[in-house]
Design a binder for this molecule. Structure first.
Ligand SMILES: O=P(O)(O)OC[C@H]1O[C@@H](O)[C@H](O)[C@@H](O)[C@@H]1O
Length: 304
């Protein structure tokens, strides 16, 4: 198929290739050699590599590729429900649906004419979804790889129903890290959080950067729009910037839980950390015709 942004390999642009199951997959590239790969299953970003070819997202070696289900890793989209906070399947149905490419997306509102590397994926409610969640929506997910390597995800969700509806949402982002015991997260100090390991009770984070020595499953509330993962061993800092997403979910299953997960290696929890831009505590409500935008901007910078 052709796409307006399609260019030759090595240049900035969009390429549509086939994945191991013969299904279309999108590869975004910029001029300096960063790249990102987006699956049509679940609208899931599966890979984001910097110009040196280093993978910045984690995907499990035990990931199960069973279309159209999301795989363990990358950035699954949690919509219209986060976790088990509702009657739907865990994390909602969007991550387990086949999305479609919009061949004529609206232009990117950027003054940078180098921004050719973006794709819009679309998801609409199917008859099947309407039986379990009777609200018609239109979901446009833009994935954009900027000239400087930033990966931006913009979700626009529109109510095309005649009644209001509410949803929760997360970009469930699995970052690739050197070692969970060595990294720290800055930007969540002194915030309140709901602890999923303690019946969603509310606690307050202390003044220090977050470090890890056991399972963590928390929703940090009303966080600032700037959170960083400092990975001293890899000499890099992963930056998370967000808009329209008040909360940050932090998750690492640690050793015991990992052993119960068929699609995660027993030791792989050491190489992953989920830090999700999310809207969980206060669901988003859309009136008929209204649209919501949630934006995530990921960057990586060298550090000492
Ligand atoms: O196994 P799943 O459905 O992909 O969920 C993984 C984890 O996702 C996290 O976001 C949740 O906070 C955890 O509670 C959950 O275990």
């Amino acid at each position: 198929m052709s796409h307006s942004g399609a260019e030759k390999e090595g240049k900035a642009g969009v390429e549509v290739t086939k994945d191991r199951n013969g299904v279309d997959q999108v590869v975004l590239r910029n001029k300096r050699g960063d790249s990102a790969r987006v699956s049509l299953y679940g609208g899931q970003v599966l890979s984001w590599k910097n110009e040196r070819g280093e993978e910045l997202l984690f995907t499990s070696s035990k990931a199960i590729f069973s279309p159209p289900k999301a795989v363990r890793g990358g950035i699954p989209i949690c919509f219209p429900q986060f976790g088990n906070r509702g009657t739907l399947e865990q994390h909602g149905f969007a991550r387990n649906k086949m999305w479609v490419i919009d061949d004529n997306p609206p232009p990117h509102p950027s003054t940078d004419s180098n921004v050719k590397s973006y794709i819009d994926l679309l998801l609409k409610s199917s008859e099947e979804d309407l039986k379990i969640w009777p609200h018609s929506f239109g979901f446009r997910l833009r994935v954009c790889l900027a000239a400087d390597g930033h990966l931006t995800l913009i979700s626009r969700i529109r109510n095309v129903n005649s009644k209001p509806f509410s949803f929760s949402f997360a970009y469930h982002t699995y970052f690739s890290i050197s070692d969970i015991s060595e990294v720290r997260v800055e930007g969540l100090e002194t915030l309140d959080y709901l602890d999923n390991l303690h019946n969603k009770e509310r606690f307050t984070e202390q003044g220090d950067a977050l470090t890890f020595e056991s399972e963590v499953d928390r929703v940090y509330l009303d966080s600032s729009n700037k959170v960083d993962i400092l990975d001293h061993e890899r000499k890099r800092t992963l930056g998370i910037r967000k808009e329209g997403l008040p909360d940050i979910v932090v998750w690492n299953p640690w050793e015991k839980k990992s052993k119960t997960m068929v699609d995660l290696g027993d030791e792989e929890y050491k190489q992953m950390l989920c830090v999700d831009g999310a809207a969980v505590e206060k669901p988003i409500t859309l009136k008929p015709g209204e649209e919501w935008t949630g934006r995530l901007d990921l960057s990586v910078v060298p550090s000492t």
